[in-house]
Design a protein around this ligand. Structure first.
Ligand code: RNT
Ligand code: ZN
Length: 427
């Protein structure tokens, strides 16, 4: 970008001063909103950096109905490269953010370690790095891309050997999560997602769900201190190869999470296209202790496009702010795109999530609520529409400047430089 497309410090400060006055006139404290934004960490997903590949030596194709398309240059080939890319992403994000790992990102020193045998020591490199950067880690057992998942079934398989294998992997994963929580002084959220389902109409929808509930109960049987490790379960409507039936549906996991007191994961790409998770937040929060969000973007049959500034994104963040749910919500990201610069994909999606959260924190929520309670829906609509034209972009730019990260398209300049200096060399 030419220098003229990037605002000067004076322009940013001037625009912010005007924006602050505009918001103050609505009774909104912009400083407080920025402070609240800075206090909330996203959980970045490590798997955007290498197309959900991981580092298992014998790793084959991406399974579980997940698909990544594109072959942009510079994919991270090992943990050091992935961390190097993440360091660059973090330099583009205001605030301090966690990282969500998958089990396939273990560092085993070239030795093949079965997933059931993974230990905290295989993640020591990640823990050292997270500690140095002063942020927490989250975790996911990887119940796909493995011969034992070749049938399309894992925890809900009719084969007891297959079930046992994945139960043991998930148990190992919880122990790894606990070790993260202990080492980093911040609870790890370990999220279980499995691909299990049928391509075509099953005759028995009941039995696999009973098996899944049994498997989950076996996994969660061991009490682990929630100060270190918290469990979450993630539903899906359908996937590639599981179009007709997914064992772990929303209703299944909602019931499971409520009865077992575990966290529920809502992935914004895992519902019918006209269904938004925004409306589900206040419904499920009446019953589950905490939420993990996988903020993503569904496009037709794909559930994992880069997060953009969409109505849905704004609605999700508004719900979290309006309902005062931020203290009980872990905001994770989940998408993968290999058709564009992967660092850019990470940063653009994460910055959108943060910017949308800031816009939500800039709402005069008490005023809006008062209008609604008094039945003045006319003024509610007028104010909601007026808010859409408010200068939150000026507050966002100022926040980035204050936090020492690039403003606007200066981000792209940094990404381009990183591409030339680092990514191109990876061939
Ligand atoms: C898959 C789920 C799951 C995965 C990651 C890689 O549909 O969304 O969260 O995307 O675990
Ligand atoms: Zn997800």
């Amino acid at each position: 970008m030419s220098k003229s497309t990037i605002p000067s410090q004076r322009q940013i400060n001037d625009a912010y001063a005007l924006a602050r006055e505009r918001y103050a006139a609505l009774g909104v404290d912009t400083e407080l909103a920025m402070q609240r934004l800075a206090g909330h960490a996203l959980s970045l997903h490590c798997w955007q950096g290498d197309d959900v590949g991981g580092f298992e030596s014998a790793s084959g194709e991406l399974g579980g109905g997940l698909a990544v398309t594109g072959n942009y240059l510079g994919k991270a080939r090992n943990a050091d490269e992935l961390r190097q890319d993440l360091d660059q992403v973090y330099r583009l994000l205001p605030g301090r953010h966690r990282l969500a790992l998958h089990a396939i990102y273990a560092e085993t020193g070239g030795r093949q370690v079965e997933r059931t045998d993974l230990q905290p020591e295989h993640f020591a490199g990640w823990v050292d790095w997270a500690r140095a950067n002063d942020h927490g880690l989250d975790f996911n057992p990887t119940c796909f891309s493995h011969p034992m998942a070749a049938s399309g079934f894992t925890l809900a398989s009719y084969d007891p050997t297959v079930r046992r294998f994945w139960i043991d992997h998930c148990i190992a994963s919880r122990r790894i999560g606990e070790s993260f929580g202990r080492a980093l002084g911040s609870p790890c959220v370990t999220n279980v997602w499995i691909p299990d389902g049928f391509k075509d109409t099953p005759v028995d929808r009941r039995r696999p769900r009973e098996l899944l509930a049994q498997s989950l109960d076996a996994i969660f049987a061991d009490q682990i201190d929630p100060a270190y490790q918290r469990d979450a379960v993630e539903s899906k409507l359908f996937g590639i190869g599981s179009e007709a039936y997914v064992v772990g549906s929303h209703e299944f996991y909602l019931g499971y999470a409520i009865t077992r007191g575990v966290l529920l994961t809502l992935d914004s790409g895992h519902f019918h296209p006209t269904e938004s998770i925004a409306d589900k937040i206040s419904a499920v929060m009446a019953y589950v202790p905490e939420l993990l969000l996988h903020v993503s973007r569904g496009v037709r049959w794909d559930s994992d496009h880069v997060v953009t500034w969409s109505d849905e994104l704004q609605a999700i963040m508004q719900e979290l702010a309006r309902g005062d749910y931020l203290g009980r919500t872990h905001i994770g990201l989940d998408y993968f795109d290999a058709s564009i610069n992967r660092v850019a994909a990470w940063a653009i999606g994460a910055r959108n999530a943060l910017r949308a959260l800031l816009a939500a924190l800039l709402e005069p929520i008490e005023h809006l609520r008062a209008l609604e309670q008094s039945g003045d829906y006319t003024a509610r609509l007028a104010l909601l529409e007026e808010l859409k034209g408010m200068p939150f972009g000026a507050v966002w730019d100022y926040h980035c400047l204050q936090q020492g990260v690039p403003v606007g398209l200066a981000c792209l300049d940094e990404i381009r430089a990183y591409e030339t200096q680092v990514l191109v060399g990876r061939g």
